[in-house]
Structure formats: structure tokens, C-alpha cells
Ligand binder design. Structure first.
Ligand SMILES: Cc1ncc(COP(=O)(O)O)c(C=O)c1O
Length: 482
């Protein structure tokens, strides 16, 4: 009994999430449909989060084939599978304890995989060294972030750890900080400038934090979730200089580094910019960069594996990281294998190379096409505006809602964008995320839509959304004219 009480107090401490409430509503509607209830739609489409395979995107064949062989080694003899698939599987099994994916590994991940990740990082950032000992494989990149946040948390009151956090931010971040007992100190991104990071806002946030907590870190999502913004070199440099001057740890979520598609735009890693800033800064600023198997390239969210690279931190800290990762024992070995294949894909001349390249290209083209199509479509709706998207997997349009729904929201004591999402879900079967959960300034409302889904599903989402939205706007017009 006493232990249950303890659990409920802790759960109460975590902000209730409109996302989980909307997801419960979606599950309930789906169940009603399964039980024969008549609705104006056949199924619920969920674009509130980046779950690629759930959205209908196809897994990468090479990755699934190697996984299949490793899980069922009898397939090593199956000549229907490409030779390089069987060869890779054989090599991987040889480095697993007991030649089985069912064995534990070192808590920071298998050494070979940490080495492969280092090589991948050096290829991504030519001329910038990487050390496998700085790389830690974890149960999802969120697992890695959780470990770090836990590590920097601790004190209470004015000395409680604060993390400067962008507004808007990934919807999973506030509960993660809450859970670790860390204060979220918001800094506003500039919507009118395509959601750029603004130096003045960082200084303002740091000043506001004083007296409330001790800001120890700054979190960056680049390419941005949910904004679709991609920072250029100058902007990254400014953030690094700010972190250096204020002695802040840089937590850089770069999981969407493969998803940049704006004309003339490219992904530049924080690590590369840091390295090129001269020793005074490059050897001083503490930087942790996160990457994931859930990225747009692989989309293997359910395999729950990611990694982080830790730079310029004391070796004692890395020892603590290792100890905290130990509580999970190790990341799933299936995920570690998939990560190994992500950072070391087939090369030209290997049997799987062409198919692999075509599949990756198709995902990228779909993403780029969808981003443009959805941005223009939403921006063209009355009462909605949407900044251009140059990276990531989300759109974040702004709503200017009719008085009717604002009043309804106030009466029901929910945020107006949450109410919008509830009604859109109930009336049209489309689940989108509500922006207010990301702690925006009062009075502004946004939606979060993941655009990584097959183009025909995207069209279905846009059609349903427009029907609902125009009905809502029309009811306002009628109220005004009556
Ligand atoms: C900003 C951000 N970070 C990380 C992740 C992935 O987390 P994980 O690697 O734990 O699946 C996502 C996926 O949605 C994300 O949007």
C-alpha cells in the first residue's frame, strides 16, 4: 500500500499530457469502429508523432533482412537472401556472446558498434576526430537524454538545475525534465523568422532563470522538432559562444540530421562548428549530441536504440554515464544491430546497395514533397499560417481560432488548440498534436503535424483537416452575420 502511494505522488508531479489524453481518445474511437460503430471516416489517422512505420512508411529491406537472419540463423543458408546480407549477419553473430542476439552486451553498447559510430561521425564531419570511448549507445536517444538530465539534476530551490528549453519544443521534453526534477526555463523561438534561434531570447531566458534555479544546460533541437527550422553556421556559432560565456552544457538533439530538404540548405553539426572555432572554445565547451534509430532514415522507433557523443567532459562524468546506463543493463541488441547497419550501410558493388539507395532516396523525396505540399496547403487555409519547413518531420502551423471555440474552451477549461484537436479527432478521425502543451505564451495556438507518411495518406489527412477547419471557420462567419 505504502509503495503505491509513493508511486501516485510521483506521477502527480508530472504534468498531465494532452498528447496522451488525445491518444486515449483516438484509441477509444478506433475501438468503437472495430465494434461496428458508424463514423464519417473508416479509420483514425495519427499524425501527432513521428512513428513512421505506423504511418505506413516501409522499413529498409537490408536492415530487416540482416535482423531476420541474426534472429533465425538457419537463414544463413538461404540463397534467396542477398550474399552481403548473410555475410553481415554472420559477422555480427560472431561478435555476440554465445553467437546470439539474445545475450547482454556492455552497457554503453558493443565496442564494434561504438567504433562504427565514430567512423560514421568522422565521415559526416571530415577532419573532425571522434573517439569510440566518447560514444554511448542507449535505449533510444530519449534514454540517453534522460541519463544526462538525471546526472545534472539534484539540488532544490534556487540551486535546482534549470535547462534552457526552446519554445516550442519536442512534446516529450517537458515530462522528461519534470521526471528528473529539473526546471524548464523557456526561450522563445522566432516564428516570423521561420522559428530561428534568437540570441536575445537566450539572454532573456537566462536572466529570468536567476533566483528560480541554476541554469546548467541549454537544449537545442536541430533540425527542429516541431518547427522544421534548420540552423545555419552563424546561428550555431552564436549559440556555442553563448554556452561558452555562460558555462552551459550544450545538449544538442540532432536526430533529424538526414532530413534537410530546403533549397541550398544543409545540416551542419554543432560538433563540426565547435571544432572549427579554435581551441579556446573547441576544447572548453561541453557538448553532447544525440542521434537515433528513430531518425527519418531508418524510422525504427520501436527498436528503441540511439546514441550520444560526449565531448569535453571529465572522464569521471563518463564513468557516471556508464553507471547510469547500467540500470538498463544494455540497449536492445536488435536495436544495436540496426544502428550498426544505419552507420555502416551497404557500399557500391555489394548486392544490397542499389535497393538500399533507392529506398533511402524514396523516403527523402517523399519527405521533401510532403513538406512543401502540406506547408502550402495549410498556409492557404483561412485562420491558419504555416512557416516554410526546411528540415525535420513536423509542421507547426499557427491557428487564429474563432471566438466560438475560444469561449467553448474557456467554459470547458481546456486550451483552445487541445479542444480543436479533440473535435478534429472526433469529427474527422485525424489525430494531430496540440501546441499549447509545449508551454507557449498564452493566447497563441499551434498544431503539430508529422508529414512523414505516404503521399496518399497525407492527402487524406489534408482533406479531412480542411473539411473540419472550414466548417469551424464558417460557423464563426454565420454567428457574426446573424
Ligand atoms: C527531437 C526528437 N528527439 C528524439 C527522438 C527519438 O527518440 P528515440 O531515439 O528515443 O526514439 C525524436 C522522435 O520522435 C524526436 O523528435
Amino acid at each position: 500500500m505504502s509503495s503505491l502511494k509513493h508511486v501516485s505522488t510521483r506521477v502527480k508531479g508530472i504534468r498531465a499530457s494532452s498528447q496522451s489524453e488525445l491518444q486515449s481518445l483516438a484509441a477509444q474511437i478506433t475501438q468503437e469502429i472495430t465494434q461496428g460503430a458508424l463514423k464519417p471516416f473508416k479509420e483514425v489517422i495519427d499524425v501527432s508523432s513521428g512513428d513512421f512505420h505506423k504511418a505506413g512508411m516501409k522499413p529498409v529491406s537490408f536492415l530487416r533482412q540482416v535482423l531476420a537472419v541474426c534472429l533465425y540463423p538457419e537463414l544463413l543458408e538461404n540463397k534467396d537472401l542477398p550474399l552481403d546480407v548473410r555475410h553481415r549477419a554472420q559477422k555480427f553473430l560472431e561478435i555476440c556472446d554465445g553467437e546470439s542476439l539474445g545475450s547482454y552486451t556492455a552497457s554503453a553498447g558493443m565496442l564494434l558498434i561504438r567504433q562504427n559510430i565514430s567512423e560514421f561521425l568522422m565521415k559526416r564531419d571530415p577532419g573532425v576526430p571522434s573517439n569510440p570511448e566518447d560514444v554511448f549507445v542507449s535505449s533510444g536517444s530519449q534514454g540517453a537524454l534522460q541519463v544526462i538530465v538525471k546526472l545534472i539534476s539534484g539540488a532544490e530551490g534556487e540551486t535546482q538545475t534549470g535547462v534552457l528549453t526552446p519554445m516550442p519544443c519536442p512534446h516529450t521534453l517537458p515530462p522528461l525534465l519534470d521526471k528528473a526534477g529539473v526546471t524548464l526555463e523557456p526561450y522563445q523561438l522566432m516564428e516570423e523568422r521561420g522559428w530561428a534561434v534568437d540570441l536575445q531570447q537566450l539572454h532573456r531566458a537566462l536572466k529570468a532563470a536567476r533566483g528560480r534555479c541554476k541554469a546548467r544546460a541549454i537544449y537545442i533541437s536541430n533540425p527542429g522538432n516541431p518547427t522544421g527550422h534548420v540552423q545555419d553556421r552563424k546561428s550555431i556559432q552564436e549559440v556555442i559562444e553563448f554556452a561558452a560565456a555562460e558555462r552551459l552544457l550544450l545538449l544538442v538533439d540532432e536526430v533529424y540530421q538526414d532530413s534537410v530538404f530546403g533549397e541550398g540548405r544543409e545540416f551542419i553539426s554543432y560538433k563540426k562548428v565547435l571544432f572549427e572555432m579554435g581551441k579556446e572554445i573547441s576544447e572548453k565547451v561541453e557538448l553532447i549530441s544525440f542521434h537515433s534509430l528513430s531518425s527519418a532514415r531508418m524510422g525504427e522507433c520501436g527498436l528503441r536504440t540511439g546514441f550520444m557523443e560526449i565531448l569535453n567532459m571529465d572522464s569521471g562524468v563518463k564513468h557516471f554515464v556508464d553507471t547510469l546506463l547500467c540500470t538498463d543493463i544494455c540497449a536492445p541488441v536488435t536495436g544495436q544491430l540496426a544502428l550498426h547497419l544505419m552507420v555502416k550501410p551497404p557500399t557500391p558493388g555489394e548486392a544490397s546497395y542499389d535497393t538500399y539507395t533507392q529506398e533511402i532516396l524514396l523516403t527523402h523525396t517523399t519527405l521533401s514533397h510532403n513538406a512543401q505540399r502540406a506547408q502550402k496547403f495549410l498556409d492557404g487555409l483561412p485562420g491558419m499560417s504555416c512557416q516554410p519547413v526546411i528540415g525535420g518531420i513536423y509542421l507547426y502551423p499557427r491557428l487564429r481560432l474563432p471566438a466560438e471555440i475560444m469561449e467553448q474552451a474557456e467554459t470547458s477549461q481546456v486550451e483552445a488548440d487541445v479542444l480543436y484537436c479533440q473535435r478534429l479527432l472526433t469529427e474527422e478521425g485525424v489525430l494531430v498534436g496540440a501546441g499549447s502543451q509545449n508551454e507557449e505564451p498564452a493566447g497563441k495556438h499551434h498544431l503539430r503535424l508529422c508529414f512523414l507518411l505516404p503521399p496518399d495518406s497525407l492527402e487524406e489527412v489534408l482533406t479531412r483537416l480542411r473539411s473540419f477547419h472550414l466548417r469551424l471557420m464558417d460557423s464563426q462567419r454565420k454567428t457574426e452575420t446573424s
